[in-house]
Design a protein around this ligand. Structure first.
Ligand code: ATP
Ligand code: MN
Length: 481
């Protein structure tokens, strides 16, 4: 007989019929009550074992973690706490679990311990919930773009263009690292490498996506990106997933509108479909907050935070306005910032971003029109800016508790301006010949952004460390599993 999912049984509209369920024992009480979980929902299904007619040896094998198949009648539960239960008539042990050695005991584990057991942590309520929410968010991403006629583009993971992420890229080679082929002048001879050139893992699919936007109009990527940034923060992974829409004929305002609408859509999508998981994660967050001193506790619960984002416009603020606010801020005057804001042109650190979002505006903020000097070469130079104070049509979206969640811009569509800029910062135009072609053949205004998927999952689940929202995190000194 085909087995049923716990989720479907708990939503059943009828009772008194025979069902089979397969899953893992979460707890086994009084030699009689199995709390069974099969991953379909955060809720367990109570299964009542007929212990008088079950051999002692079988009962002994039912431990936390044991895989079982249970058949019996689905009935209304007599006990408190659950609507339905199964009166088990047939019990099959599918896989034993050594109760002594199983790391996932039914008690509270630290997140650090769970990271060390990333292959088993998904068997806890919290990680089951996080990963289901992550999956629904991924579906939301595709739904949003597909419903609006965007074309999903798979940009390369191995890239020959390293203009963007110089210094923080992982090299890809098939050459033996202990005996690298050399050229006559002693340099590494990449001509002998697999691709006949120096290659890296991509840090972004944007440049390639731009070429596609110039034909398909609206495109998006959703794929893995790699950054060898040696910053051990709770917001950075060496391997993360990025969503990058790119749209022909969109200017910066259109780009901000798209990003805000998109973020609200995917959050709404998760709120509607993950009520049970989010409720659980909200409780988890409340427990965690209780450990903190009163002043540091969040004023809002998880669902209040999500609804706040859904119901409020993101505040749009120019870089110049932001600098003025920061310069006059108490932490700047009292020298509490690690990096004090003195001059227009300063790069914003996460302490500044978080001040703006969490203390000053108390809502998501879109910062735009940044100094050209601190932003990438492909961003559209603003017309009419003072020499030395040039700005570009960049926008970053900052979220409470997260910092930067989106980085984007209107792209420089003018060939001459783009070439000048590349020359000024020493980017080889030969290497980006194909990118420059988009500006030579039917160039047009276009814009896009990158949203770090894990930062979105962090926000929606209320988790605080990015290592806890991806199944197997890759960070400096850590690539286990
Ligand atoms: P940050 O200043 O936080 O390092 P960034 O300016 O390097 O971000 P972008 O290059 O604009 O980020 O990348 C677009 C988005 O990708 C960011 O807004 C963020 O959501 C996400 N992102 C960037 N780096 C990482 C990382 N190492 N791990 C996870 N997400 C990241
Ligand atoms: Mn970065």
């Amino acid at each position: 007989m085909k087995h049923s999912k716990v989720k479907d049984l708990l939503n059943s509209t009828k009772t008194n019929y025979e069902v089979t369920v397969k899953g893992w024992v979460r707890t086994f009480r009084n030699n009689q009550f199995i709390a069974l979980n099969d991953g379909s929902t955060i809720h367990n299904l109570q299964c009542v074992v007929d212990f008088e007619n079950t051999p002692e040896e079988t009962l002994k094998r039912i431990n936390t973690g044991t895989a079982v198949a249970l058949t019996g009648n689905l009935v209304e539960s007599q006990g408190a706490g659950q609507k339905y239960e199964i009166q088990v008539t047939q019990l099959e042990i599918l896989g034993d679990c050594d109760a002594e050695k199983f790391p996932m005991q039914p008690k509270k584990h630290s997140l650090e311990f769970l990271r060390e057991n990333a292959h088993l942590r998904v068997r806890t309520n919290a990680f089951g919930a996080i990963m289901r929410v992550r999956s629904v968010l991924a579906h939301a991403v595709h739904t949003y773009f597909q419903e609006r006629g965007f074309v999903y583009v798979n940009t390369p993971i191995i890239t020959g263009a390293d203009a963007e992420g110089a210094g923080e890229m992982f090299q890809v080679t098939s050459m033996p690292l202990d005996s690298l082929p050399k050229t006559e002048d002693g340099q590494i001879n990449y001509k002998e490498d697999f691709f006949g050139k120096h290659t890296n893992l991509t840090v972004s699919g944007q440049l390639e996506a731009e070429t596609y936007a110039m034909a398909l109009g609206q495109v998006y990527t959703f794929g893995p990106t790699f950054r060898a940034e040696n910053s051990n923060t709770s917001r950075h992974l060496a391997e993360f997933w990025m969503i990058e829409p790119e749209v022909a004929f969109n200017d910066l305002t259109d780009n901000m509108d798209l990003a805000e609408d998109f973020i609200k859509f995917v959050i709404q999508y998760a709120v509607e479909r993950c009520a049970d998981d989010l409720k659980f994660l909200e409780g988890r967050l409340l427990d965690e907050e209780k450990q903190k001193p009163q002043a540091e506790r969040s004023e809002m619960t998880l669902l209040e935070k999500l609804n706040f984002v859904l119901n409020n416009d993101f505040k749009r603020v120019s870089y110049t306005e932001a600098i003025a606010i920061l310069r006059e801020s108490t932490p700047n005057k009292k020298k509490k910032f690690q990096y004090l804001i003195e001059e227009w042109g300063a790069d914003l650190q996460s302490e500044h971003e978080r001040y703006l979002v969490e203390k000053h505006f108390k809502c998501p903020v879109i910062l735009f029109d940044y100094p050209a000097k601190i932003k990438a070469f492909y961003m559209r130079l603003n017309d009419n800016t003072e020499p030395g104070k040039e700005t570009v049509r960049a926008m970053d979206i900052l979220f409470p508790g997260i910092g930067e969640i989106v980085g984007g811009s209107q792209r420089e569509e003018r060939y001459d301006v783009l070439i000048e800029k590349m020359k000024a910062i020493g980017i080889d135009e030969e290497e980006l010949w194909w990118y420059l072609d988009t500006r030579r053949f039917g160039s047009a205004v276009h814009s896009g952004f990158g949203l770090g998927f894990e930062r979105l999952v962090l926000f929606v689940t209320g988790m605080t460390n990015i290592r806890d929202v991806i199944p197997f995190p890759r960070t400096p000194q850590n690539a286990e599993f």
